[in-house]
Write a protein that binds this ligand. Structure first.
Ligand code: GAL
Length: 763
């Protein structure tokens, strides 16, 4: 029988490594400190640190009692992710190693284990940017951080066990559906009796079908047919099923695993993307899995929260896991909430030598084998992000992907035209849209070296290229835009109003162009959240301010471009893109005033008087489901009185939302809200606490730089510094459990507001 034991607690960590650590059979508490996983090898400041700070070799140790009863079984240590290279020892003896920080690996402890005794595991973790391991070898626009940053578990199985289960669904749109289950076994030693595999399809406790089959070799395919009354997995109703797979010999159960999956058909065609036969325009953002202070090392709840933010808060239907396989918790959540996923292998522009390429091919294999039962994943990215063409390598990655998973199409992200098309979907980072800036600059300086206006015949406001121009082919192919904006217009949450407005408009223009073009399956913008990066990129403080949200996942105005595309039955959105002041913009005033909304129209009151009704600008934006309302005129001049404003949104002729902005905002409330009010003590658990400075109308105060002292007591501890300042009127911090049960008391004290206190329960 299979036994899985979580191994995330009781680890010890040293931020350095020395050979003698390997043979130490006790944890030396002068060198090692107790930690829980997920763990970062170093906590970093929010910004302005050295991008080498996390690049060192560290060591983790853990004691492990292996009971006598385990003798004769197989014992594995399963690592979900260690950045970037791990070497594992058991009782001072080498038991395995793994290259690559984004894929799982298993270490076989069976032979070297001491049964009925305490064993000691030592993991040497090399978090340097080793050029032999993708994504390294060149420059990359993100940080990879370090440590055992994902979970670890112990797996005890019989000598024969289920190694992998892949569930393929067919005839999904017919009312008699079909499944094929590929079952792979690992067999150690000689197996006399016949092995029987039994697959049970279940939804909840209900058994839908059960099929048994004798296994001749290490592999068997089991079919289920005539499956009726099966609900599809869909973005609106992501219905999930379970496949229980039992391995038995002479009526004795040997092993059992359960896989979750869904029935859905996802196809990119030349005229767009189809989910279960329905054409859906994909609208999404790229996600880096990085967080302030702890980098990648965030547990399940935070990973899930990101998926929730993308789907439920921003209303996206797709995310790209740029530029690597991401946490299983994130992907599982995408399955549960119906967020489609483009997953890709680690890399960034650079392709290394033969060995490096072999490693990239291995990454394809590891990614697909780990993730092919996720219904949310609809395409595999099998190219190093934005690398040049490489016929041999990409023939290999595509062939392998198709062999390992004949049910999904491949893509490969490039950023240049007429790239060799070896994939099933031409996936393109189209950074053509510059808001007309190149032309404007060219007008301003005749010597502007990087641009020759005379050669440019293109419309200077082009938002996305025609796919045939990009592919160089004279026929349409399945095509998707995988990045836009990003470095073309970095924008901070607290940037000047004209800039945040242009940031908004660029996302509007590109999404509008994507919606208007049937030959574009959709567009995934760069990017969801700001992220820490190398000195070669970003704003010099080790942050790339490319997100529509900041690193704390707090919204910039541009996030409302996405959010306002939601159906009004889901949420009514009305977000005026303004700090509402006469003097923040160059030349003064607030027009053109962009209002992101999914209301039918808005009425606008200035100083209490109605200025009329304003409608979404469907003339300028013909594609978007909910184009912004744009107000071009507002009387009043520099030197006249400034007044309060109200925006009233109507849907089906009913007032559904009202926003009032004050002519003279003053701080009234420091709002402190935790994402969760209940956490669990058993393993490291976290929640985010969001702090907002609000004025008399409940609006954010973007320029208040209020310093605060955060105190966390009881069953939790603060991640990151306890002195914080608002960034653009808000900030967040994460609180993690310590292992104790009880309450976490959180206090936020500052001068301009009353001290705020909240309590989170830990069970
Ligand atoms: C792309 C790249 C991303 C990010 C982005 C910034 O070229 O794929 O990782 O750097 O540019 O816009």
């Amino acid at each position: 029988m299979r036994m899985i034991q979580s191994m995330n607690n009781e680890w010890f960590y040293a931020p350095q490594f020395s050979e003698e650590y390997i043979n130490q059979d006790r944890v030396d508490l002068n060198i090692f400190q107790p930690i829980r996983l997920p763990h970062t090898n170093i906590e970093l400041p929010y910004n302005y640190f050295h991008d080498e700070d996390f690049q060192f070799i560290s060591c983790y140790k853990r004691e492990l009692e292996i009971p006598k009863e385990y003798e004769g079984k197989r014992i594995y240590l399963d690592f979900e992710g260690v950045m970037t290279y791990a070497k594992v020892y058991l009782n001072g003896q080498f038991v395995g190693e793994h290259k690559g920080g984004y894929t799982p690996f298993s270490i076989d402890l069976t032979e070297k284990a001491m049964y009925g005794q305490k064993n000691i595991i030592t993991v040497i973790v090399d978090s340097t940017e080793r050029p032999d391991i993708p994504p390294f070898g060149g420059f990359i626009d993100y940080l990879t951080f370090g440590g055992i940053y994902r979970e670890v578990s112990l797996r005890v199985v019989e000598q024969v066990f289920i190694h992998d289960v892949f569930i393929k669904t067919y005839d999904v749109l017919s009312n008699k559906k079909r499944i094929e289950i590929d079952l792979m076994l690992t067999k150690n030693g000689h197996q006399e009796e016949p092995l029987i595999a039994t697959c049970t399809l279940k939804q909840g406790d209900e058994v839908i079908q059960e099929v048994s089959k004798t296994i001749e070799n290490n592999q068997v395919t089991i079919s289920m047919t005539d499956l009726e009354n099966i609900a599809l997995w869909d973005i609106k109703n992501p219905c999930l099923y379970h496949m229980e797979v039992q391995l038995a010999s002479q009526d004795q159960e040997i092993d059992r695993v359960v896989e979750r999956f869904g029935f859905r058909e996802a196809i990119f065609k030349a005229d767009g993307f189809y989910l279960n036969g329905e054409n859906i325009k994909l609208i999404g953002l790229n996600r880096h899995q990085a967080y302030p202070y702890v980098g990648y090392a965030m547990p399940k709840r935070a990973q899930q929260k990101d998926a929730d933010i993308l789907k439920n808060e921003l209303g996206l239907n797709i995310v790209r896991t740029s530029h690597y396989p991401q946490s299983k918790h994130f992907l599982e959540r995408c399955d549960e909430i119906g967020l489609l996923v483009f997953e890709e292998i680690p890399g960034w522009q650079h392709i290394g030598g033969k060995e490096w390429q072999d490693q990239a091919v291995k990454d394809v294999e590891k990614m697909i084998i780990r993730d092919r039962n996720h219904p949310s994943i609809i395409i595999w990215g099998v190219r190093i992000n934005e690398s040049g063409d490489h016929h041999e390598l990409y023939t290999r990655t595509n062939e392998l992907a198709r062999k390992l998973d004949p049910t999904r199409q491949t893509g490969g992200v490039r950023y240049f035209e007429k790239s060799e098309f070896l994939e099933d979907v031409y996936t393109m980072n189209d950074f053509i849209h510059d808001g007309g800036l190149r032309k404007e600059l060219a007008r301003k300086t005749k010597n502007f070296s990087t641009y020759d206006a005379t050669e440019d015949t293109q419309d200077d406001m082009i938002a996305l290229r025609d796919q045939k121009q990009v592919t160089g082919l004279d026929y349409a192919v399945p095509y998707m835009v995988t990045e836009y904006n990003g470095h073309m217009y970095p924008t901070k949450k607290f940037d000047q109003e004209e800039r945040v407005m242009e940031h908004v408009l660029r996302h509007v223009r590109v999404q509008d162009a994507s919606f208007a073009d049937d030959e574009i399956s959709g567009a995934i913008g760069w990017c969801a959240f700001d992220y820490n990066t190398h000195a070669d990129f970003g704003s010099g403080d080790k942050i790339c301010y490319h997100g529509v949200m900041d690193m704390y996942r707090l919204p910039k105005f541009a996030s409302y471009v996405y959010r306002s595309q939601k159906d009004p039955t889901e949420e009514i959105v009305l977000e005026p893109v303004t700090y509402w002041s006469r003097g923040d913009r160059s030349m003064g005033g607030v027009v053109p005033l962009v209002i992101l909304t999914n209301c039918d129209y808005i009425e606008f009151y200035y100083g209490g008087a109605s200025k009329g009704k304003y409608y979404p600008d469907k003339e300028s934006f013909t594609g978007l489901p909910h184009p912004p309302v744009i107000i071009d005129e507002l009387s009043g001049h520099w030197g006249s009185r400034w007044d309060d404003v109200s925006f009233v949104g109507y849907h089906n002729e009913k007032e559904v939302i009202r926003r009032t902005l004050s002519r003279s905002p003053v701080p009234v409330e420091l709002e402190v809200i935790a994402d969760d009010d209940l956490l669990f003590a058993k393993e490291k658990d976290v929640t985010r606490v969001v702090v907002k400075a609000l004025d008399q109308h409940g609006n954010l105060m973007p320029f208040l730089t209020n310093p605060m002292v955060v105190k966390v007591e009881g069953a939790g501890e603060l991640i990151g510094p306890n002195h914080l300042a608002l960034i653009g009127g808000s900030i967040a911090f994460w609180v993690q459990t310590t292992g104790d049960k009880g309450n976490i008391q959180i206090q936020v004290a500052s001068e301009r507001f009353a001290t705020q206190e909240i309590t989170i329960k830990v069970e």
